[in-house]
Design a binder for this molecule. Structure first.
Ligand SMILES: [Cu+2]
Length: 112
């Protein structure tokens, strides 16, 4: 009885570790997603860890992900529905869509 109880606890602990590992794996494999639709990025502000990647995904329309400092400028279209960028520096990175900037289509990546 006692041995069985210990075994059950051990299995429970292993399951917990596996679940945590899975959650961490999902987060680092593109968990930081921003969708681009007419005419906004959602979420407008995303906070990530240094070294993480952000993936922008086109929902509709044609847009760009253009960093204000000019270091990144990619079109999101039917043929390129996803664009990713890894942030290796801490800071706040503002970006916008070149086609719809005047309509307020912009966003911010905060790297901690
Ligand atoms: Cu746009």
């Amino acid at each position: 009885m006692g041995a069985q109880g210990a075994r059950t606890r051990k299995i429970g602990a292993i399951t917990l570790v596996a679940t945590l590992a899975l959650a961490v794996g999902v987060a680092s494999a593109g968990g930081n997603r921003v969708s681009a639709s007419n005419y906004s990025f959602k979420p407008r502000t995303i906070t990530i860890e240094k070294g993480d990647q952000v993936t922008w995904r086109r929902v509709e329309g044609r847009h760009t992900v253009t960093l204000k400092d000019g270091s990144f400028d990619k079109v999101l279209s039917k043929s390129h529905p996803r664009r990713s960028l890894r942030f290796g520096e801490r800071g706040t990175f503002r970006y916008y869509c070149r086609f719809h900037r005047t309509l307020g289509m912009k966003g911010k990546v905060v790297v901690q």
